[in-house]
Design a protein around this ligand. Structure first.
Ligand SMILES: [Zn+2]
Length: 298
């Protein structure tokens, strides 16, 4: 009798079900209940967890400090929802010592970032997850992430991979060419397009003068190496990188790398490229789940 009195009340206010026979309705691990997570783990033959890492660092005068983490959060959630995966964004900060010359940057040491990632993978491996993909929104994290991929496999007997692509599409080529030609790698046209495409309410375009000119203080002869049409590009592009100064404030006063203006940003182009990337990663996961787990990881 007691049950009949109390139970219907509970049911009426708790009709949410986050995982039905392993099919997720919510994808952030932080939003799933324990039984929903267990239901997913139990029913997915090869459950995949997507780990996103980014940064809190200066992004010029106009983009939010959390740019890389905000973007990667959006991306991994999209991929997770298309592949019935669980996603986790274990830390807002990444490895950004090179941006510390500008206020607002919070950098982890490499050991901290590596620890956060290893502990995230190790915890989920303990619960039986065998497959992880990592999506990185910040170039400074790349080497640490690659080391985590190697170490986690050895330490936890899990599969860890960083899918990249598609690189051959027109949009990919366009953005890559822009990066090479204008050194558009941080807070410039490409990244401003991403911010305007994903969270325009967090962008202060008015802080970038209409007639913006690059503030970067780079030897003009070395700057001339940024020309993918040169015959000696393979050599000079490496000379450019070998000669680049370690910290952002060594070569730019406004925190924007590159020679092309943030005002050239095209959010629609970004959204089309995002769709390619997200679909590529989702398809990667769907196909990966068809492959049995190799003996070494069992
Ligand atoms: Zn960034």
């Amino acid at each position: 009798m007691l049950r009949e009195v109390f139970y219907p009340t509970l049911i009426n206010s708790n009709m949410v079900s986050m995982s039905i026979n392993g099919k997720l309705e919510k994808f952030w691990i932080t939003e799933l209940t324990r039984p929903a997570f267990e239901d997913w783990l139990e029913h997915e033959v090869h459950p995949v967890v997507i780990i996103g890492i980014g940064s809190i660092e200066q992004h010029g005068p106009h983009l939010p400090l959390g740019m890389d983490s905000l973007a990667v959060k959006d991306i991994i959630h999209m991929v997770a929802s298309r592949s019935n995966s669980v996603c986790v964004h274990p830390s807002w900060s990444g490895y950004s010592p090179h941006h510390m010359g500008f206020k607002g940057t919070i950098t982890f040491s490499w050991e901290t970032l590596m620890g956060v990632m290893m502990d995230t993978i190790g915890s989920l491996a303990y619960h039986g997850v065998k497959r992880f993909i990592i999506v990185n929104g910040h170039g400074g994290n790349t080497q640490i992430m690659n080391l985590v991929v190697q170490q986690a496999k050895r330490e936890y007997d899990v599969m860890v991979y960083v899918p990249t692509g598609p690189v051959g599409t027109d949009l990919a080529k366009k953005q890559t060419d822009r990066s090479k030609r204008y050194w558009d790698v941080h807070s410039g046209t490409n990244e401003t397009g991403a911010a305007l495409g994903l969270f325009p309410e967090l962008v202060e375009m008015w802080r970038v003068p209409e007639d913006w000119k690059p503030s970067n203080n780079i030897n003009p002869d070395v700057k001339a190496y940024l020309d993918p049409d040169r015959e000696d590009y393979e050599m000079v592009n490496q000379l450019f990188r070998a000669s680049s100064q370690p910290d952002t404030d060594d070569f730019t006063s406004d925190g924007i790398y590159g020679m092309n203006s943030p005002h050239d940003a095209n959010p629609d182009e970004f959204k089309a490229r995002l769709e390619e990337r997200v679909e590529f990663m989702a398809e990667f996961i769907r196909k990966w789940k068809e492959i049995p787990t190799p003996p070494a990881f069992q």
